[in-house]
Design a protein around this ligand. Structure first.
Ligand SMILES: [Mg+2]
Length: 325
């Protein structure tokens, strides 16, 4: 564990440095508050700070306040070193965000014990943060495929459209729906259907750029957001995803089966209202056309395209009613 010592008195700083090194800590020492703050704000900053109260630049209390304000995470355990033993000073120190304090001249055994207490607090803190992040991931991701879930992908689309609009760029919104997926479940059973969905997710993620967003929108339906793409790029990107599935059969139960996907795409372009619902509807309309045109294909519709006619095709209606897409 790394510890920062900030103390303007050379002798005190050296003594601390020597002891902490002997106890197995990795030590960084500085002689004023400004340098302390600089060290504690670095991305790989020490998790424990031993701060002298009175020192040049910002004093220990000011450093505590600044860290609590500017760097809430990961948590830094801060101990103030002070010769001030009046009660109001202690209260001020703790209220500034210090976790603990030691009155100078400090006792080495007490210092050691307090550092151990600090480490325990940090371990607890890290476990809490980890648990919170796990919960957050579970709340925003689909447990089967690990992709963003419906709520999260729609929220992400909303944020992406706001950003695209600010930057006057363009964004592609795409819906993909596996072809004849119901027959996979019916023929091979749901465990195989689940494995197919996981493999589809892996292939889709492998076919997009690192900053594209892929979410599970419904059972076998995927919502894909491609920031910074215009219509020409959209078709290429969608084609790459389609090919990632259509070019290689999937193997399960010692059989191999080609799983294909139909895609409907549309674009948000400069000047449009950032209405994610309308874009998803348009992508869905394009997807419907891709299904009607024979599946395993990409259909792009610009936002100004006329609405898709009602499903008057008896075959398409029959297929929809049976749940077969
Ligand atoms: Mg001092």
């Amino acid at each position: 564990m790394r510890i920062l010592i900030a103390d303007d008195e050379r002798v005190s700083r050296r003594m601390l440095h020597g002891l902490l090194t002997m106890w197995g800590y990795e030590v960084i020492s500085v002689e004023d508050g400004n340098k302390a703050l600089e060290e504690l704000k670095k991305p790989d900053a020490p998790r424990v700070g031993l701060l002298d109260w009175v020192m040049p630049g910002q004093n220990g209390v000011e450093v505590c306040r600044a860290i609590r304000r500017d760097r809430p995470e990961p948590y830094t355990y801060l101990i103030l070193l002070t010769t001030k033993d009046a009660k109001e000073n202690v209260v001020e120190g703790l209220e500034s965000g210090a976790d603990d304090y030691l009155i100078k001249p400090w006792d080495p055994y007490e210092l050691k014990a307090r550092l151990r207490a600090g480490q325990r607090i940090l371990q607890l803190e890290d476990r809490l943060v980890e648990a919170r992040e796990t919960m957050r991931f579970k709340a925003t991701h689909d447990h089967l495929t690990g992709l963003a879930n419906r709520g999260f992908i729609v929220d992400s689309l909303e944020r992406e459209l706001a950003r695209t609009r600010r930057e006057n760029g363009s964004t592609i919104v795409m819906l993909g729906d596996l072809d004849h997926f119901k027959s996979v479940n019916d023929t091979y059973g749901h465990p195989v259907g689940d494995e197919v969905l996981r493999e589809v997710a892996r292939r889709l993620l492998g076919a997009v750029r690192s900053y594209d967003l892929v979410g599970r929108y419904g059972g076998e339906e995927f919502l894909i957001v491609l920031p910074g793409c215009d219509a020409d790029m959209a078709e290429k990107q969608a084609e790459r995803m389609r090919a990632a599935l259509a070019n290689e059969p999937m193997s399960f139960n010692e059989e191999s089966k080609l799983i294909t996907c139909s895609f409907g795409a549309t674009a948000w372009l400069p000047g449009m209202e950032p209405a994610e619902e309308a874009l998803i509807r348009m992508a869905d309309d394009a997807l419907y056309r891709a299904k009607r045109q024979g599946r395993n294909r990409v259909v792009y519709l610009s936002a100004s395209a006329p609405a898709c006619p009602p499903p008057d095709d008896p075959v398409a209606v029959g297929q929809q009613e049976s749940g077969e897409k």
